[in-house]
Ligand binder design. Structure first.
Ligand code: Q9C
Ligand code: ZN
Length: 469
């Protein structure tokens, strides 16, 4: 039996790596076996040092919940230090990682008794014209902390750098996993990542795991990658990293920065710059938002992602949208997370999840796995559908339809004017603004031909009309 011919083709996943037919949609989890090396004691909060919210038990609870409801293999990634270094520096500067590499030793060298205390910044270079210098790296670690950290809530400890690096290895392994054909992968790591920028830490984050995964997907051959951030807090680090780029579409649903952390970024009018203009979307929501309102906006984000036609999606997954979260203000309940996972799977795209926030420690495992299981169930149903023999009509929505049928449907949907405007022939396969409802047309050469004929016909008609008048 020639197995190659038995592999079904995959219509719903637009990826250069669609060997998906030969893989069951297990979710591959890569967990950070060294996460406990990062264990902050206190964070500065409104003038007081308070116990850290971002604690090792968070990850342990997720692992436990994954053990109770297995979704696929769970493993610590093998770490290739050279490859990891390369992947990290695709999104972070050398100057910044140099700082992280030596920060703890310098902190202790400053005062041997510092070995007992987490490193926190206490002085910052505000960006005033002719004000403070950021071009030179100061020699004092006390000043360096302020240069590379944007808050005093992110303790740097003896093992932070090692833990963060091992976490980036999870993100890289998860990206590589979907690049080799897995339906989904989960980077289960802490410290989290989405607040970390090219050259700054903050918001409990040091290395931006989601950005590292997105860039690895790009480097692995995906032309377009979408990052859909669903943490309670704006993913400012990811936004900054990709702000000038159209090849990574960043979207974030979060508490309105007017009142919520990180305050100084995450407004709706931040849409990207230069070539990246239009490829950053912020969807701020007021404190107190419940699932119904959250979900309505989430659906808008999903439509925008689908219209972008990415070849892979990264989901920075924060569970701090939970009603019981001690530092956040949305009101999602545990059962809502399954719906979110289900909707994400409906995109039908290879998906990498990274573990971000979520500080209701006892519930964070259940909520995370609810989301991942919701995704998994939908993905499994898609695979079953893929493997089930279909009639030609089921396979191809255009089967047996005449040009008139197709045109009537298109007209009903867009109207002629709009259709002509939206589908210029040459842009037909490239225009990201064309709605996802036309996806099937784009992928079906003969149907495309018919529409192109139609386009030419309507253009001619138009010019005849113009000639007459
Ligand atoms: N005492 C992430 O969720 N400070 N980071 C809140 C509470 C910072 C959240 C103050 C929140 C950072 C990954
Ligand atoms: Zn958060």
């Amino acid at each position: 039996m020639n197995l190659e011919n038995q592999v079904p083709t995959c219509d719903f996943i637009d990826t250069p790596f669609s060997c998906l037919g030969n893989v069951l949609p297990f979710m591959h989890t890569f967990y950070n076996a060294h996460h406990h090396l990062h264990q902050g004691q206190q964070e500065m909060f409104r003038g007081r040092l308070v116990p850290c919210h971002e604690v090792p038990a968070r990850l342990d609870f997720v692992r436990q919940a994954l053990q109770a409801r297995p979704l696929g293999p769970v493993q610590a990634p093998e770490i290739d230090e050279a490859a990891l270094d390369k992947a990290i520096h695709r999104v972070h500067t050398r100057r910044y990682t140099e700082f992280l590499t030596h920060a703890w030793d310098e902190w202790v060298a400053l005062d041997p008794s510092n070995a007992e205390r987490d490193a926190l910044p206490s002085v910052w270079p505000l960006p005033n014209r002719y004000g403070f210098r950021v071009d030179q790296t100061p020699r004092s670690i006390a000043a360096k902390l302020g240069l590379f950290a944007f808050d005093s809530g992110t303790p740097l400890t003896a093992g932070s750098w090692r833990a963060a690096r091992a976490g980036a290895a999870c993100a890289l392994a998860a990206a590589q996993s979907v690049l080799t054909g897995q339906r989904s992968a989960f980077a289960l790591t802490r410290p989290p990542g989405h607040h970390a920028g090219p050259d700054f830490m903050g918001g409990y984050c040091f290395l931006n795991n989601a950005a590292i995964a997105a860039q690895a997907l790009r480097d692995g051959g995906c032309e377009r990658v979408a990052v859909l951030d669903i943490d309670y807090h704006h993913g400012n680090g990811t936004q900054t990293i990709f702000y000038e780029r159209p090849d990574v579409f960043t979207l974030s649903l979060h508490g309105d920065p007017a009142t919520e952390y990180p305050f100084l970024l995450g407004h709706a009018d931040e849409r990207g710059v230069g070539a990246g203009e239009g490829y950053n979307w912020n969807l701020p929501l007021p404190r107190g938002t419940g699932f119904a309102d959250w979900q309505a906006v989430f659906q808008q984000a999903l439509t925008a992602v689908a219209d972008y036609r990415p070849q892979a999606v990264v989901v920075p997954m924060g569970l701090d949208t939970f009603e019981g979260d001690p530092i956040s203000g949305f009101r999602l309940r545990s059962e809502d997370y399954g719906c979110i996972g289900h909707s994400l799977a409906e995109l039908g795209l290879p998906t990498v999840f990274t573990f971000e926030g979520g500080y209701a420690v006892a519930e964070v495992g259940v909520n995370a796995v609810n989301l991942l299981q919701g995704f998994q169930e939908k993905a499994a149903a898609q695979t079953v559908a893929l493997l089930t023999p279909q009639t030609p009509a089921q396979k191809d929505p255009l089967h047996g339809k005449t040009l008139q049928h197709i045109l009537a449907e298109l007209e009903a949907h867009y109207g002629w004017e709009e259709l002509g405007r939206r589908i210029p022939v040459r842009c037909f396969t490239h225009d990201p603004s064309v709605g996802s409802s036309l996806k099937f047309l784009r992928k079906t050469p003969w149907a495309r031909e018919k529409v192109e004929q139609l386009y030419i016909y309507t253009e001619q008609k138009k010019s005849r009309k113009q000639q007459k008048s």
